[in-house]
Design a protein around this ligand. Sequence first.
Ligand code: KG4
Ligand code: ZN
Length: 352
Amino acid sequence: MSYFEDAKVKFDALRTKKDVLILAVESSCDETAIALVQNGRKVLSNIVSSQIDIHKLYGGVVPEIASRNHIKNISDVLEESLKSAGKSLEDIDAVAVTYGAGLMGALLVGVNFAKTLAYAMNVPLIAVSHVHGHIGANYISHEELEPPFLCLMVSGGHTAIIDVKDYCDFKLLGSTVDDSVGECFDKVARVLGLPYPGGPAIDKLAKEGKNAVKFNYKAPFHDTFNFSFSGLKTAVVNFVHNKQQKDEAFSKEDIACSFQEIVTDELSEKAVAACKNFGQQKLVIAGGVGANARLREKLSAKCEENGIKCFMPVLKYCTDNAAMIGAIAYYYVKAGIGLADLTLTAKPTVGI
Ligand code: KG4
Ligand code: ZN
């Protein structure tokens, strides 16, 4: 039997197997991550090797440098992940990997590593969407959480409201028509001279500022569940440049705070409005911007006011990690989707 014929038989058998141990690989951006996850909810290990300190020198992720560092680090990350879980490769039922969306070169490192592992261990290979992974992060943090629910997806690559009808049944209700919210945080941080990644830096600085700056901006798309952030980004950039050209003083703290208030109002109001519109009482937050303290605070308060139960991942599962990939991969297995053969390649963009 060929590798893939055997993998198909094993994959089918996993649908009814009681305990399923998945080794998950994530390398879509600048984190090299490998996790071992049992039954989609129990994280046995979650090793994330961050390249932030390297990319900080350039003010953002340099794709080629990210790929090279994934290659350099990935074997050590595997070793550490197995050790930390107290498992060996022989214990693994399947290998899951993020195949997209993300940086092509970065993704390819993880995909080829995962293919090699799956082939060597003769286990099924599961191709996972990074966005689905971010949603899966919530199954780790909330053992009682089950679909259906609405998801507010806020990452560096995506900003969307998604109807999660079932574990593997997703419908896009609205998304950004231009920049993602993460990109907007990163751009504003850059114009303020804050270090990469900009989101956490703004989150921190905003705590010391006042909501006192009026930008030349009006939020568009009030009657849909779409978002737009490029206008706000431009308004903040213009505000700062204007002050600099006139040699006028400005408070970075107040700009960070005022910008963050607009963004978090927009996200939390639209997410709650979507829940009300679609009669959904569960809202799930996913993606790196979900770590934002003010967004978490506003969503909790607005959801409570409206009788909506709000679920957010613990902070370490908001930003990129492999445990979230292992979590959703378990539900791919149960739904019988995602089985890949050895021709699997990376995709820079993937639909919801
Ligand atoms: O989900 P993620 O780790 O990667 C992608 O899939 O894109 O999201 C990264 C984004 C970056 O833009 C980063 O600045 C932002 O999430 N981010 C934050 C915070 N932590 C990370 N944005 C606002 N506040 C934070 N605390
Ligand atoms: Zn991500």
